[in-house]
Ligand binder design. Structure first.
Ligand SMILES: [Zn+2]
Ligand SMILES: [Zn+2]
Length: 278
């Protein structure tokens, strides 16, 4: 279905380095990028351009725009968000979406990776010592940094800093004007190998999702559309909040299948039961 077709990767942050080899070997596609396509117009991490949609919709818009501009009916885009982990206390997370669109066959497959593996961080610093301490903590210089006068000030922004002398000099210059500076991690994939690894994991997940075919119509992308809670407590038999089943849905023929006990567990431990352990 995909063999020898051109596939555009909508990125100008070198994500093709990890995405292209996996897709080319899995599907026989020919990946390319368009360096003149400005993905930052859909929102940038450094805050100059606000993202107007959620991350998944942003990825979709970016993908469709790149496909249209390059007259290509096969495309991939991804979009990451960074912030406090939604379920683990006091750590940050990298929440990545990736979308695969095949206009010719009317296929759209989505994968998501919520990873605690990120150096995402930012801090106001007023001394060189604090600056270097922060830089060491976030794996500079293998990971890039951004400097600006203060957290929300875009008037003077230095991005993609990977040189220590340059970092110190720009800091001194900001400090002499503003008395301090705001230093933060540059989350663009080419300046952040940790994020690049998460994108690689996500691509593998996407490949698996595409390879999952509908048992009825054999179209790719037969994936989980719903998670049903209610796994029974092993002691009292009441339903818990744990996962009972996954619902797989084919977006083409609407064939649905329920997979019971997807985590290989037929009952839940009473410690997670609201009746036995309220
Ligand atoms: Zn189907
Ligand atoms: Zn119970």
């Amino acid at each position: 279905m995909f063999q020898n077709r051109r596939l555009i990767i909508a990125t100008k942050h070198k994500k093709e380095k990890v995405i292209a080899p996996l897709l080319e070997s899995a599907f026989g596609v020919k990946c390319f990028t368009d360096q003149s396509f400005d993905t930052d117009s859909f929102g940038s991490f450094s805050g100059e351009i606000e993202r107007t949609h959620g991350p998944l919709e942003t990825a979709r818009q970016k993908c469709l725009a790149a496909m249209k501009k390059n007259n290509c009916d096969l495309g991939i885009a991804s979009e990451g968000s960074f912030g406090p982990h939604p379920s683990v206390f006091l750590i940050n997370a990298d929440d990545e979406f990736m979308i695969f669109i095949d206009k010719k066959n009317n296929i759209e497959v989505i994968a998501r990776e919520l990873s605690p593996s990120t150096n995402f961080n930012g801090k106001t610093v007023s001394s060189k010592k604090d600056l270097i301490e922060f830089a060491d903590k976030v794996d500079f210089p293998t990971h890039g940094l951004i400097l600006r006068p203060s957290k929300d000030d875009n008037s003077e922004v230095y991005k993609g800093i990977i040189d220590e002398e340059f970092l110190k000099n720009q800091f001194e210059s900001l400090k002499s004007k503003y008395g301090k500076a705001y230093v933060e991690t540059d989350m663009r994939a080419m300046y952040n190998p940790t994020r690049m690894q998460v994108i690689e994991q996500l691509t593998k997940k996407l490949v698996d999702q595409i390879n999952s075919k509908c048992p009825e119509c054999e179209m790719p992308g037969f994936t989980v559309s719903e998670v049903i809670k209610g796994l029974k407590c092993s002691l009292c038999g009441q339903p818990t909040n744990s996962t009972l089943s996954f619902i797989y849905l084919c977006k083409h023929c609407e064939f649905k299948k329920e997979q019971l006990y997807p985590h290989q567990k037929t009952t839940e431990d009473p410690m997670y039961c609201d009746f036995c352990n309220p």
